[in-house]
Design a protein around this ligand. Structure first.
Ligand code: BGC
Length: 760
């Protein structure tokens, strides 16, 4: 029976392979035929990706870009909003250009489309891959209904330095969690069939190491050893490629002295040859032109270099369009390279089904019925509530009780525009739910809510203007500070509790929003102090696009709920958690430092030759600081619940293993509180002795479980040598025999430990 099943399985696999080969052959012959008809100019046109510019519905043919499209000088366009415009532009391409090649339409659909989900850093804090995938699926449904077939997401750059504003757009500091999320996002966007009208092509970015910018300053240089790249930064990019991501975006930064956009080792040797990436490679915005400022040549030189390195599509800068012809004539690039790039772009269009039907993603009816639906908004609300991280809850001050009077104070309490967070290009800011609205709706009529702004975002008006761009104005209050604070204190006077909505504005994180101080701005700190002086309990609802320094607040205030930027349903989701309708279960995907000087601070660091003794602060001639301990304020994986959990010992199926044996590590987790709740049970492994130094621990598994009050669950992880592998000095991916510590816990610091010896 078993052997019959096996045979059947292999027959099915074989059939699938044969079918795939037939599909590939069909695609190849279609593209061969098309390319035979293409002139050099038309081929170069396919490599060109301009921004949408000035296109207005009903007038696409008069837009600046129309002429170029008609001449076959455009391969795709990005960031056009609305199916009507896209349909018009597509019509230009397939009726006016000689070969009628359809355009690909890209957009930064980063965390939702019109229905906006939490910023990616928030999504990663759910540690729930089904929810992450679902958010990408809904984003794909909405974007494709509105004409988009390609998204510049997921962003999988590892971020260990919270000064870097783009930490908001990724999944934090860990490669294991990052890789899981990368896979889930690609699956969510692309589904199992890219040619369906409700799936879109993913673009993994920013390849590579963009998150390792020196001093956390955006676009800055990166420099690191290859062993570190392979072990500590590459895995999420590779996971996305393995999951079938159709495209990859090169990053702005340099690597080993060569900008990624022109780095052949990175783009061709690693991505294509080692990882087998078959899709197409696009630059980031003017990535080719910026190599001139990097200082490696003029536009013609760097364009040739980018093509040679492996770039297929040139975003915005038109270096390919304007210089490659001359470079070809001079023998600086080959026809073969141009053909290969053109072919990859045509293949992407083919896979999206655009040759079969260029209007596949231009169904105006879908746009009217599938975007920003009640059902999607409901899911966005639920997902947002799962992303919040309860950092502190002294005396169980949360959840809030209904009834009585709540004073809602703070510059972020009454802002719709800031709720979607950075990179929410398709959001309608005016429709997002502010905290004030959400709180009123969820509290019910017997709870009185009074509101006062209490402070501006920052004392410095210029800073505030820079941090509230792109329609995210916080309506600066020009009255004297004392007056603004006094109003809030008066509002809080006979309240039972104060909810303070403070922290960062949406544009204090994201692209080109690096900070050298990552704390709550002083104007808001002063407000908090005044509120505390009223003697009322102050609950902080913290808005953040990065790990922040809140050491003072963590000491002074009884409750802190970190809500990131929750998306279009923000106010409802926050209120759901504040009132306990949803029990918080988010866990940090990056360490929160005690002060800025500790940065970069991450859990999976090396031990050094002079580690600080456990539980110690300062020790002379040890690796530490005089003025702060080595501990984080909140470790990676940390997050509280309205209930509590206890962990039993780690029980291993054996403390000796050999070869490809499977070992299980089991822990009993109990809900010791009075409320049902979810817990993220985390597995960490330490490779005690290696041929190269190994981190003090590495995340290797996690499970999010639900527990009723008093309930205990046995949580088991299966461990195989696959989990022990790493890139060694020769960049060979393998595991080494020896002792391993197996650790399980509710965060990266508080773990139960067992040991195993694993022989080859
Ligand atoms: C960003 C990318 C983005 C691109 C297109 C660039 O500035 O770095 O992440 O996809 O613009 O909007």
């Amino acid at each position: 029976m078993q052997s019959l099943m096996k045979k059947l399985f292999f027959a099915c696999c074989l059939l699938m392979v044969v079918q795939l080969q037939a599909q590939d052959a069909k695609m190849k012959s279609f593209i061969d035929n098309l390319m035979k008809q293409m002139t050099l100019d038309e081929k170069l046109g396919q490599l060109n990706l301009p921004g949408a510019g000035d296109i207005v519905t009903g007038q696409a043919s008069n837009s600046g870009i129309a002429q170029k499209i008609a001449e076959g000088k455009v391969g795709g366009l990005f960031n056009i909003k609305s199916v009507e415009k896209i349909k018009e532009v597509q019509q230009l391409a397939v009726t006016k250009s000689r070969l009628k090649i359809p355009l690909i339409f890209g957009m930064d659909v980063i965390h939702g489309y019109r229905t906006v989900f939490p910023i990616p850093l928030g999504l990663s804090s759910t540690w729930d891959m089904q929810l992450v995938e679902r958010s990408a699926r809904i984003a794909a449904i909405e974007a494709s209904a509105d004409g988009i077939n390609w998204t510049f997401s997921p962003m999988v750059d590892i971020a260990r330095d919270p000064r870097w504003g783009r930490m908001a757009e990724g999944s934090g500091e860990d490669v294991f969690l990052g890789a899981e999320i990368a896979k889930a996002m690609v699956k969510g966007y692309q589904g199992s069939d890219l040619s369906k009208n409700n799936t879109i092509m993913a673009c993994v970015k920013h390849y590579a190491l963009y998150g390792a910018a020196e001093a956390g300053r955006d676009y800055n240089t990166t420099d690191m050893s290859r062993i570190r790249m392979y072990n500590e930064h590459f895995p999420p990019y590779k996971a996305a490629v393995d999951a079938g991501a159709g495209s990859v975006m090169a990053s702005f930064n340099e690597i080993d002295g060569v900008p990624a956009t022109g780095n052949k080792w990175l783009l061709t040797d690693v991505l294509r040859k080692q990882w087998g990436f078959k899709g197409f490679l696009v630059t980031d915005y003017t990535g080719i032109n910026e190599m001139v400022d990097h200082g490696i040549g003029d536009l013609k030189t760097v364009s040739a270099r980018a093509l040679d390195a492996g770039i297929d599509m040139d975003m915005v800068g038109e270096g390919f369009l304007t210089t490659l012809k001359a470079s070809l004539k001079e023998g600086k690039v080959s026809q073969q390279l141009i053909d290969a790039a053109c072919r990859r772009i045509l293949e992407a269009k083919y896979k999206l089904g655009l040759f079969e039907d260029p209007y596949r993603y231009c169904d105006v009816k879908r746009a009217a019925t599938e975007v920003y639906t009640d059902a999607h908004r409901k899911e966005a609300r639920e997902i947002a509530a799962q992303s919040f991280v309860l950092l502190k809850n002294e005396g169980n001050i949360l959840p809030l009780k209904r009834g009585g009077k709540i004073a809602l104070v703070g510059p972020l309490a009454d802002s719709r525009e800031n709720m979607p967070g950075t990179w929410s290009v398709a959001a309608e800011f005016g429709k997002a739910i502010s905290l004030l609205e959400g709180l009123k709706a969820v509290a019910g009529s017997n709870t009185q809510i009074v509101y006062a702004k209490g402070s501006n975002l920052d004392y410095n008006a210029k800073f505030e203007a820079d941090a509230t761009m792109f329609g995210k104005n916080l309506k600066r209050d020009e009255r004297p500070v004392e007056q603004i604070i006094a109003e809030a204190v008066a509002a809080a006077k006979d309240a039972d509790v104060i909810v303070a909505a403070v922290g960062e504005s949406a544009e204090m994180s994201g692209e080109a929003s690096s900070r050298s101080n990552i704390d709550i701005p002083q104007a808001q700190k002063d407000l908090l102090k005044a509120l505390k002086a009223t003697g009322k309990p102050v609950v902080i609802v913290l808005f953040a696009g990065r790990s922040m320094v809140i050491t003072e607040e963590a000491k002074e205030y009884p409750a802190i709920l970190n809500v990131w930027f929750p998306g279009s349903e923000a106010g409802y989701a926050i209120a759901d958690v504040l009132f306990g309708d949803v029990n918080p279960s988010g866990k940090l995907s990056a360490t929160w430092p005690q002060n800025i000087g500790q940065v970069p601070l991450f859990y999976n660091h090396k031990n050094t030759g002079r580690p600080l003794g456990e539980g110690k602060w300062f020790q002379k001639f040890r690796s530490n600081y005089l003025d702060v301990s080595n501990d984080p304020l909140y470790p990676f994986g940390y997050g509280l619940s309205y209930t509590s959990f206890s962990y039993g010992n780690v029980v291993l199926s054996s403390n000796k293993a050999k070869g490809n044996q499977k070992i299980t590590a089991t822990v009993a987790v109990t809900n010791t509180g009075k409320t049902a709740g979810k817990e993220v049970v985390q597995l960490y492994i330490r490779d005690v002795v290696g041929s190269v130094t190994r981190p003090v621990k590495e995340l290797k598994g996690f499970q999010k479980i639900s527990l009723q009050p008093g309930e205990t669950k046995q949580v088991s992880f299966t461990i195989t040598p696959e989990d022990l592998k790493f890139y060694n000095y020769d960049l060979k991916y393998d595991w080494e025999a020896g002792e391993f510590h197996i650790m399980v816990g509710g965060n990266s610091r508080d773990v139960q430990k067992a040991s195993i010896y694993w022989d080859k």
